[in-house]
Design a protein. Structure first.
Length: 332
């Protein structure tokens, strides 16, 4: 049975490193992270999301054990795990995440503590990433931080005075399911017009496919976006939209301009509700929109009731694909 003393005898040494674990629907990533937020090493293994609870847990254990085996001289004092919600950060129980059907009311923190004999903290991925950005990344030095990861879906986290805001039961900060159009398409959560159904990577690809399908045959043949998809509209992805946008493709430009509009309106609501000290955008879609941040800032100022909205910085996240590892570590 693996123990954390494989990375050093003093597992509770305050200045030791921590293990950050990022559990997703298809992979488990784990990394050794310093108290300054530097990821010293990391590993990835496949996640067994559709098996039983034991198989899913074995995948997490495998990632941690692989990491420890390659870092025999480090002292790890805790493990932090970010995972999809719903989950209970107080008890460390994963409740019923849609993309991790293997776990239903699974006591992940307790099971890891039994094996590695160190404190274990668990939170959802967006909350954890928000904390990492607040402590070590683009939000460092700010008191109140709003973070959004715009990728396949949209997840958000709120950090007030260095602490994650969980709300009454731990279910707060579901900013991706704030509706901005009650007549809009119905989100998987059941509400119409959520920002996730309008501006996520999934939404961008869907919109691009719809626009291509509506074009006349001649226009389709001249589309850089369609060329990237080798003529197959159904094969268009979010990444292709980004590439085509850079190439000046009109369909891709139209899609991303619409995305800028809805994201700006959404963020203006966030400003009027929370008035954070900084807003941080991460994820693949945020990277695609980086060149449009000035336009988003202008629109936020235009939409906001708050007359000082322009004083709130809008910045890109520091952690990219490693946000989950850093986030898990930040919890500790």
């Amino acid at each position: 049975m693996a123990k954390l003393d494989r990375v050093g005898a003093q597992a509770t040494k305050p200045n030791g490193v921590v293990i950050g674990v990022d559990v997703g629907g298809t992979k488990v990533a784990a990394g050794i992270v310093t108290s300054d937020g530097e990821i010293l090493s990391q590993t990835r293994t496949p996640m067994i999301a559709t098996g039983d609870a034991a198989a899913g847990f074995a995948a997490v254990k495998s990632a941690i054990d692989s990491l420890l085996a390659n870092a025999p001289k480090k002292t790890a004092r805790a493990i932090g795990v970010c995972a999809p919600g719903p989950l209970d950060p107080n008890t460390g129980v994963v409740i019923n995440p849609p993309n991790l059907p293997c776990w239903r009311n699974f006591p992940l923190a307790d099971e890891l503590t039994k094996i590695y004999s160190v404190p274990v903290k668990i939170d959802n991925d967006a909350n954890a990433a928000a904390l990492a950005e607040a402590q070590w990344g683009a939000g460092r030095g700010y008191r109140n931080v709003f973070y959004a990861c715009i990728g396949t879906g949209i997840g958000t986290g709120i950090v007030f005075d260095g602490r994650i805001y969980h709300g009454r039961t731990g279910a707060a900060a579901e900013g991706g399911h704030v509706s901005i159009d009650y007549r809009g398409p119905r989100c998987k959560c059941g509400k119409p017009g959520c920002i996730e159904i309008l501006a996520s990577g999934t939404a961008i690809a869907k919109s691009a496919r719809a626009k291509l399908s509506s074009r006349a045959g001649g226009a389709k043949t001249r589309s850089a976006l369609l060329d990237l998809a080798q003529g197959n509209i159904a094969a268009v992805t979010t990444e292709m939209v980004g590439q085509a946008y850079e190439a000046g493709d009109p369909v891709a430009q139209e899609v991303l301009e619409e995305t800028v509009a809805v994201v700006s309106l959404w963020l203006s609501n966030i400003v009027d509700l929370l008035e954070p000290d900084v807003m941080i955008l991460g994820g693949g879609v945020a990277a695609m929109l980086a060149s449009s941040f000035d336009e988003i800032r202008k629109r936020i100022k235009q939409y906001c009731v708050n007359s000082r909205a322009s004083e709130i910085p809008l910045v890109q996240a520091s952690y990219g694909a490693d946000a989950g590892i850093a986030g898990g570590a930040a919890l500790c």
